[in-house]
Design a protein around this ligand. Sequence first.
Ligand code: FAD
Length: 287
Amino acid sequence: MKPAPFRWHGPTSVAQAVALLAEHGSAAKVLAGGQSLVPVMAMRLVSPAHLVDINGIAGLDGITHDGRGTRIGALARHTRVLADADLARNQPLVAQGLSHVAHATIRNRGTTLGSIVHADPAGEMTAVLALTGGTVTAVSATGTREIAAADFFLGPLESALRPDELAVQATFPDLPTGAGTAFVEVSRRSGDYALCGVGAVVQADPDRPDGPPRVRCAYLSVADIPVVLDLTGAWASGEADVVAQVHATLDPPADLHASSAYRRQLAGVLTVRVIRQARASMAAVAA
Ligand SMILES: Cc1cc2nc3c(=O)[nH]c(=O)nc-3n(C[C@H](O)[C@H](O)[C@H](O)COP(=O)(O)OP(=O)(O)OC[C@H]3O[C@@H](n4cnc5c(N)ncnc54)[C@H](O)[C@@H]3O)c2cc1C
């Protein structure tokens, strides 16, 4: 199918883009990489009357570091983010998650921030933003605001971003020294959306550096929004307790591809696997 007719706008500044969004409100959609928006428009699941194409705005493709975190601009494509050496060093979870996103052609065009704004519960970057405690910076004609990951995801394909707001960057805070990370998932074919995916951060407890580590995991494809679990206590008791806590907490949806029980089982297995990997990378950093 072809999209319903729409009017294309090509702003060359953030100010022009937010003025267009203020003027057209929910009749407008921002076009970034188009890798999610264009297919849903072609299927006529959405039919915006106005497309605000931000690809002509200079300066939105930056990936910057300031000692506290990494900021990824709205036009930074997945491929560039994946290849960023500073990001891989400071927040490896982003690259670990991105390596599971789609295929090279889609990663060449799709943007990491677009993926977050799209708020697909099967999106890896939603889980990574939630797990790292990141933020999204939104600009509108009336000002700028920072939205914490915990407040950003409202439901499937629904975020806290208002129709008059442009997301200009996502910020991923740096990890504490010595922290370990990993990201694992199972999908039916390479590049497909995951049946279940799990990211993990394992770090020393700042209050008890020689005690058991803090262990947190984030899950995709198990709920309407990314789910973050603190598994510190369960991990200290043993892997069986970790699996028990995951099974008791998650109630994944069923769909054509997997039953709820299968997804829950998968989440338990992947959690143990991802924590072991993150723990091993932590030891490697600390050694
Ligand atoms: C075959 C296929 C497989 C895929 N597999 C995966 C996968 O495994 N994992 C995964 O995470 N993703 C996957 N994707 C999606 C891909 O990662 C997209 O690139 C991403 O979800 C959206 O980024 P985009 O830049 O293309 O956004 P667009 O498609 O341009 O926009 C997506 C939505 O976000 C809004 N938006 C985008 N940027 C902004 C902004 N700066 N401010 C305000 N609103 C904005 C748009 O209005 C639209 O509603 C897949 C896509 C395809 C086609």
